[in-house]
Ligand binder design. Structure first.
Ligand code: HEM
Ligand SMILES: [Ca+2]
Length: 334
């Protein structure tokens, strides 16, 4: 990057830090009213709606078994990635041409796993799909619900991760998502923004959702350096990811110029071409710098955009708000 471009970035960054107001916490919107009678769920727990009770049992099982005791480990990362790969499989554009357009956050990636897991960007999701299928079948909940629920729990298990709202009651999927709807790291910014717009997400919301890469590892872009993180603090859900992405790249990590990768500023960090390009495009750079400047803003906007993503292709009016089942966020110090 030219030094003039870098100093412009630094200036915008400094202005943003000064101008960023502290946002209200998303968590406060999750509170339930104390006036309506509460359903008893067993184990001394209660819920505003009887339909939410089953999610406490799913929560206990997920935390003990899938996430090995509330860990922010590999399965938690996979669960979060799966929520995107299921939800983004939705295209009103294809439907308008009378072609199959997928059902969004409907669990199709589990129900039609033999089809969707053969798509290139879904490599590596086999284990989490099998584990979540077993859980959904065991508790009689839908595949679309289990995917978004596990993702919300996974984020909460990571230090710094916000509490994401959870709506239950997605109906069974009726068709597999067609191929080529999940963005690839080698896609251009034009292609990526057009794709997410078709699914109903703005460029700002996409940038918000990329906070997930702050706890992400790569394995399949370059398998010679499998396990290399996408920021230098992969066990913490923090905005280092956004700050580091603004730095110029120096080192090829793994195989030189592998498709979908670019040079990294650190020898211990793998950089996706798509993240690098989105941090430099005029349509997305402002949101990028805003999030680089504020951890609380990043956490709040991520939670809001995740809640929206979890409803892609769904009718929120038929769903029940079971957000209260998602545990409170973890302190960043334990
Ligand atoms: C432009 C959009 C995106 C592209 C091109 C993209 C691409 C990728 C790629 C190539 C990887 C590495 C996968 C591997 O090698 O195993 C990855 C990891 C990951 N992505 Fe994305 N991603 C995008 C958006 C998102 C979104 C919106 C989410 C969640 C809301 C997400 C969640 C994750 C997570 C959690 C990982 C880490 C997985 C792990 O550690 O096993 N990504 N992404
Ligand atoms: Ca889907």
């Amino acid at each position: 990057m030219k030094s003039s471009t870098l100093s412009t970035l630094t200036l915008i960054y400094a202005l943003t830090v000064a101008a960023t107001p502290t946002p209200p916490f998303v968590n406060s919107t999750l509170a339930t009213t104390s006036h309506s009678p509460r359903a008893r769920c067993g184990n001394g727990r209660s819920a505003s709606n009887k339909q939410c009770c089953v999610w406490y049992d799913v929560l206990d099982d997920i935390q003990a078994n899938l996430f090995d005791g509330e860990e922010c480990g590999e399965d938690a990362h996979d669960a979060l990635r799966l929520s995107f790969h299921d939800a983004i499989g939705y295209s009103p554009l294809l439907k308008s041409r009378r072609l199959p357009g997928g059902g969004g956050a409907d669990g199709s990636i589990i129900k039609y796993a033999s089809t969707e897991l053969s798509y290139h960007p879904n490599a590596g999701l086999e284990d989490i799909v099998n584990d979540e299928k077993d859980l959904a079948d065991k508790y009689g909940v839908s595949y679309g619900d289990i995917i978004q629920f596990a993702a919300a729990v996974s984020v909460r298990n990571c230090k710094g991760g916000p509490r994401i709202p959870f709506m239950a009651g997605r109906p069974d999927p009726t068709e597999p998502s067609p191929e080529n709807l999940v963005p690839e790291p080698f896609d251009s910014v034009d292609q990526i923004l057009a794709r997410v717009k078709d699914a109903g997400l703005t460029p700002q919301e996409l940038v918000d959702l990329l906070a997930s890469h702050s706890i992400g590892l790569q394995e399949h872009v370059d398998s010679t350096v499998a396990g290399m993180p996408l920021d230098t603090t992969p066990t913490v859900f923090d905005n280092n990811f956004y700050r580091e992405m603004l730095l110029p790249g120096f080192y090829w990590i793994g195989t030189e110029s592998v498709k979908g990768a670019v040079k990294s500023p650190f020898r211990t960090e793998f950089r996706l071409q798509s993240d690098w390009a989105l941090a430099r495009d005029m349509r997305t750079i402002w949101e990028w710098i805003t999030l680089a400047s504020s951890q609380s803003l990043m956490a709040n906007r991520f939670a809001t955009s995740m809640a929206k993503m979890a409803l892609i292709g769904q009718n929120p009016r038929v769903l029940t708000d079971c957000s209260e089942v998602i545990p409170l966020p973890r302190s960043r110090n334990n």
